[in-house]
Ligand binder design. Structure first.
Ligand SMILES: [Zn+2]
Length: 454
């Protein structure tokens, strides 16, 4: 994957797009619009002026302005662009070298127009904010936390330069430092690793955790937690955290957890893709490869299905049998919190070894439906609920007047079959229409070299 090719694609797209001037008027006509704040609208017209949607409704009531550029979408389905709210913008392979911009392009071509990256270095955070800032680039809008705040001994968690505060004063200074770096939120870890490993990580002292959350809130930052175990998830919610970045895997969610989530108005990001991956990496890799009909990232998935890839990851996560034994609990937990009206937000943990960029965001929606959500609820998790998590629901997350025109035009109805989110005809960011095939045409994802034999 070469950055030079991505730069070329970006230039072509920028050249093709006209500035968001008053005369830049488009009408997306003839599609069924899903996610317009009510029931689907058939034979709809979506008027886009510059970057924003100005009118949406049936053709009979909206009409098509004579001077509008027509985007003919007869027989197609328009949904808001998807958001993946737990995505490390890495490919999911074992290759150490990564090009995040390439990964962002792949993500965009798979329909993700907003991405939230929990855990990345401050430098990478700043780079990706800059790279994605222009509305004309075929890349998702980028949000993130900077490096995760964790404990000494968490080698994976500190690999992005994460701080390990041991006193309340240190916790407060970590928050000030992250605030100064411009992060969108803060991520904290509370996990002994027992859901997938025989090793045990230490836990942050509760007074340090409490100081971290209260200082973050004082600075106007939300705090999201890596806390896949029930008891530790309760700890972070008692401290005031604003959401869980993984579903609960070890035990059935109980009323106490639900009450804490509701009290905090906290979100629940299930990352079912991560659990499918850890429970049975080879099977998950094959599922991703088969799901990727255009064969864009299937070489990466195929690489992760190889026995030596599986062996290498299992040498790090050496109790995946535990994960596997808890898969039905994890699925039932999503339905429990959803039924309790906790806002569920779509996130995959893409970039973790074996959770492959792009394709997993699409399969995550199918996993939610398999767990008992309707296709409409799964789409809401990836659109309006994600926008609310970011505090941007006035800007995006649905197809309504005044919002940014971030849309997908699909060839088939995702409410009939959620896997139809794969059938992407066009990806629209801020009114600029992109052909996903063209977004991907400048580069090719190749099979990563096999990991060394161990
Ligand atoms: Zn993660």
């Amino acid at each position: 994957m070469k950055s030079v090719d991505i730069a070329l694609v970006a230039c072509l797209a920028a050249g093709a797009a006209s500035p968001a001037a008053a005369q830049d008027l488009k009408a997306v006509t003839g599609a069924t619009v899903i996610g317009a704040g009510g029931a689907p609208i058939t034979d709809a017209v979506v008027i886009i002026e510059g970057a924003r949607i100005t009118r949406v409704g049936p053709r009979a009531t909206i009409g098509v302005p004579a001077n509008a550029t027509i985007v003919d979408a007869r027989g197609k389905f328009v949904i808001p662009g998807l958001a993946d709210m737990h995505n490390h913008v890495r490919s999911g392979s074992l290759r150490p070298q990564q090009n995040p911009r390439t990964n962002l392009s792949v993500l965009f071509a798979f329909g993700v127009t907003t991405v939230f990256n929990p855990s990345l270095s401050k430098m990478e955070f700043a780079d990706l904010k800059t790279a994605t800032a222009s509305d004309t680039v075929p890349l998702p809008r980028f949000f993130g936390t900077g490096p995760m705040v964790t404990v000494k001994g968490d080698t994976l968690g500190t690999s992005d330069g994460g701080a390990t505060p041991e006193t309340e004063a240190e916790a407060r200074s970590v928050v000030k430092d992250l605030k100064a770096a411009g992060v969108d939120a803060i991520k904290v870890s509370r996990d002994d690793a027992s859901w997938a490993s025989k090793q045990r990580l230490p836990l942050m002292k509760l007074e340090v955790l409490n100081a971290l959350v209260s200082e973050a809130h004082r600075e106007g930052l939300k705090v999201y937690a890596h806390a896949p175990l029930l008891d530790y998830a309760k700890d972070v919610l008692r401290a005031g955290a604003d959401g869980l970045l993984h579903g609960i895997i070890d035990k059935a969610v109980d009323q106490e957890l639900v009450d804490l989530l509701i009290r905090n108005r906290a979100v629940y990001v299930p990352t079912m893709s991560l659990y499918e991956d850890v429970a049975d990496m080879a099977a998950w890799a094959k599922r991703q490869s088969a799901y990727d009909e255009r064969k864009v990232v299937s070489p990466i998935a195929d690489g992760m299905a190889a026995p030596n890839s599986v062996q290498l990851v299992q040498s790090i996560l050496n109790d995946t049998a535990f994960t596997k034994s808890r898969m039905s609990i994890q699925r039932a937990n999503l339905k429990t919190v959803f039924d309790a009206k906790v806002p569920v937000v779509m996130g995959t943990d893409s970039g973790f070894f074996g959770v492959v960029m792009g394709v997993s965001s699409q399969i995550e929606l199918a996993l939610m439906v398999e767990a008992g959500l309707t296709p409409a609820a799964a789409l809401q998790a990836a659109t309006i609920n994600a926008a609310r998590m970011l505090g941007r629901d006035k800007e995006s997350g649905s197809i309504e007047p005044g919002k940014l025109a971030d849309l997908l035009i699909l060839d088939a109805n995702p409410l009939d079959d959620i896997t139809n989110v794969r059938r992407i005809h066009r990806v629209v960011r801020a009114g600029v229409v992109h052909d996903p095939a063209q977004v991907l045409s400048g580069f090719r994802v190749t099979s990563p070299p096999p990991p060394p034999n161990r």
